[in-house]
Design a binder for this molecule. Structure first.
Ligand code: PLP
Length: 393
């Protein structure tokens, strides 16, 4: 069989390997200088004032919801077309996710229909930039301001994407110009990788301080922040646990890899946009499926390239998918609407809650796109897809 072309994968070069080795040969494997270097490189790249890296994107989401004050009985509003982590992290804190329906083409939250979901328990809106295409953040911010809600962007797909910010023109996703915090993931299928890893970006120092506490057991060693009045006279060893935190720290080994990867992110994003442009040109107006769109307020970083089958092929999606896999295309279906998962059903979520998301799910297939994919891989993907579509049509 032909080699498998995955839907996405990491790109590791000799510089990355040497960066990791240099940490292995250094004094610190964790809690050392590579963390701060990676955080400041991410700040510089995105334009956000503060950055805290985490052991995963999921940990970063959990910490951001904690920092936002999310608590038992509160609600967040998010998209059902996301990885389960986006809403699971709210459940960790005893809060309830409310799923709001998506646009049929971008599969991003439909901001126009979001307002009707805002009840008095809602504290946070979590737009997910599906596939790397930004949500209309100016519209989300306006709604959040009207109801005094926190906005946390799940940008796990969208490092390197751009969004219009109204009067300020364009900004990189992660600059937090229209949000309170932004989440990144560095899983190997994402734009850059640290193996596992994530980050929270913010321009708010109070949120940043809460993120740091949560990341490391709720402990601070900064004497200016000590709150205890009854611990007597302690020496330099003294530290304080001020809330229930976790060990969500990234290691220096991971941070060094991330730092090295980040120097190449522009190239990684450019390649993905070039592959998307090629796909768009050959797939345009084909009779079998719709191709991704790009709105005038967003420049996608194309974490995914997701095709949507036309009506007459929807019932054949399973067969098409199996044939693609059989021909060595590592295609994937992203995502099953989260509330259809059995665990969510046990929490009372029901079929039919977001009909556009369910319809998107029936049609979607994500095809290969990543830096390191050759032009010959690209041609093979296109030829194989057309061959299969002709067979099943
Ligand atoms: C949209 C989205 N949110 C959150 C996550 C969780 O990130 P991680 O896998 O780094 O924990 C992912 C990663 O798969 C994701 O795609």
């Amino acid at each position: 069989m032909n080699k498998v072309v995955p839907y996405s994968r990491q790109y590791i070069d000799q510089d990355d390997i040497e960066a990791v080795i240099s940490v292995l040969e250094s004094d610190y494997l964790t809690q050392g200088p590579a963390i701060g270097k990676f955080e400041s490189a991410i700040r510089e790249y995105t334009g956000a004032q503060y950055c805290a890296v985490f052991s995963s994107g999921t940990a970063a989401l959990h910490a951001s919801y904690f920092a936002a004050g999310l608590d038992k009985g509160d609600e967040i509003i998010t998209s059902p077309i996301t990885f389960v982590a986006t809403s699971n992290a709210a459940l960790y804190l005893g809060a309830r996710p409310i799923f709001s329906d998506v646009e049929s083409d971008t599969a991003n939250l439909n901001v126009g229909s979001l307002e009707e979901k805002i009840g008095h328990k809602v504290k946070v809106i979590v737009p997910v930039h599906f596939a790397g295409h930004p949500v209309d953040m100016v519209a989300v911010r306006a709604l959040a301001d009207k109801y005094k809600l926190t906005v946390i962007e799940d940008a796990c797909h969208a490092l390197g994407a751009y969004t219009k910010t109204g009067s300020n023109g364009w900004a990189k996703v992660g600059s937090c110009q229209c949000s309170d915090m932004t989440i990144l993931s560095f899983h190997p299928v994402k734009h850059i990788t640290t193996g596992e890893g994530g980050a929270v970006l913010t321009n708010n120092k109070l949120l940043f301080d809460r993120l740091l506490l949560f990341r490391s057991h709720g402990i601070t060693k900064n004497r200016h922040d000590f709150v205890s009045t009854n611990n007597g006279d302690h020496g330099e060893w003294y530290y304080e646990m001020q809330c229930l935190g976790y060990n969500y720290r990234m290691t220096d080994i991971q941070a060094a890899l991330g730092n090295s990867q980040l120097t190449k992110v522009e190239q990684f994003v450019r390649t993905r946009r070039e592959i998307a442009a090629h796909y768009n040109s050959v797939f345009m107006d084909n009779p079998f499926f719709h191709i991704p769109v790009e709105r005038d307020y967003g420049k996608s970083s194309y974490h995914l390239y997701t095709i949507r089958l036309k009506d007459h092929l929807v019932d054949k999606r399973t067969a098409i998918f199996s044939k693609m896999r059989g021909e060595g295309l590592g295609v994937q279906v992203l995502y099953i609407p989260v509330y259809l998962q059995p665990y969510y059903e046990t929490l009372g979520y029901k079929n039919g809650c977001c009909p556009v998301a369910e319809d998107f799910y029936r049609r979607a297939i994500s095809i290969p796109i990543y830096h390191g994919m050759t032009m010959s891989d690209c041609h093979r993907v296109v030829d194989t897809i057309f061959k299969i579509m002709d067979e099943v049509n």
